[in-house]
Design a protein around this ligand. Structure first.
Ligand code: AFP
Length: 299
């Protein structure tokens, strides 16, 4: 079944459906961009005088499409310092966008993705107020996974650029994969204990350097992704609004959880678009374990 028909069948709010469809259409444009950029690397360049990094280019593509559609009022993206307010917006939605997460992996042809958070209004609100989230993963296949609060559903792009249903109502299984960010030498004591416990239980290492791809794998196979607080960096590396909350919403809707080590990350109200946060996302068992270790550490 095609994405558009599925959204209708699920009784998804019409305006929200239009927004999800807009992102699904832009996925094709971004995918084309990978090919054009490859061509440009051998010749001059397709985007202008100076070749633009693909993440900056994808950012412009998505912002332009949203401005033109006027489907949202607020746009926050990882590439922009300020929240954009769209002139003449016909809806009050807010969106957060990481246009190309894992972009440093493009030149070695590993999976990267676009992550989107969907809000009823302004985006500087806790993740648990989101009306939905989606991500597009550019791997061997291009997939779009979304939730609007009633299940997590995955679609695959066909040759015609349209998305058809691959898996309905995804749920995170029990699994023994761990994807640990940060350098081991910088681990804080509770985190070191946590990782050692997972390793003693036989968890296998899977860390690609693309958060969206790594969390996608965890969603399908179980286990845990973490980019923790580390020595000298209490807030870790990843961005709350662009990486944490949308992927957290997705995993939570699939029966997992997301935490900053102290509590549910989806309860945290951002203070600005640039907030960073420690992240633990995956199965409920793993999240309960890290929260108890952090609590026990008294830090
Ligand atoms: P880029 O989008 O700049 O490649 O950053 C990717 C990322 O934000 C996230 O997707 C990865 O999990 C994380 O950084 C990897 O960080 P390290 O390079 O420190 O392992």
């Amino acid at each position: 079944m095609e994405l558009n028909d599925f959204l209708k069948e699920k009784g998804t709010d019409e305006k929200l459906s239009q927004l999800i469809m807009l992102f699904s259409e832009q996925a094709g444009v971004i995918k084309e961009g990978f090919l054009s950029a490859r061509g440009a690397a051998d010749t001059k360049n397709v985007y202008g005088e100076t070749q633009m990094a693909l993440d900056k280019w994808a950012d412009e593509v998505l912002i332009d499409a949203l401005r033109e559609s006027r489907l949202v009022r607020w746009i926050a993206t990882e590439e922009q310092p300020d929240i954009i307010e769209v002139d003449g917006a016909i809806n009050q939605f807010g969106v957060t966008i990481d246009p190309l997460d894992g972009s440093s992996l493009i030149d070695v042809n590993l999976a990267v993705g676009t992550i989107v958070g969907l809000y009823q209004g302004h985006v500087l609100e806790p993740g648990n107020t989101m009306v939905g989230a989606l991500y597009i993963l550019y791997g061997p296949l291009t997939t779009l996974t979304y939730t609007t609060g009633s299940g997590v559903h995955e679609f695959v792009m066909g040759e015609d650029g349209r998305f058809t249903l691959m898996q309905e109502n995804l749920t995170i299984p029990d699994g023994k994969i761990y994807a640990p960010g940060a350098l081991r030498k910088d681990y804080l004591p509770y985190h070191k204990q946590f990782i050692e416990q997972l390793e003693s239980e036989g968890y296998k290492l899977r860390f690609s350097g693309s958060f969206v791809a790594d969390v996608h794998q965890i969603l399908h196979k179980g286990g845990l992704f973490t980019y923790p607080a580390f020595a000298g960096k209490d807030s870790g590396k990843l961005r709350l609004l662009f990486e944490g909350t949308p992927m957290g919403k997705m995993v939570a809707e699939a029966g997992g959880a997301i935490s900053n080590g102290r509590g549910n990350l989806l309860d945290v109200k951002p203070s600005s678009v640039s907030d960073r946060t420690p992240i633990y996302v995956g199965g409920k068992r793993e999240i309960a374990l890290i929260e108890s270790l952090v609590k026990g550490s008294g830090t």
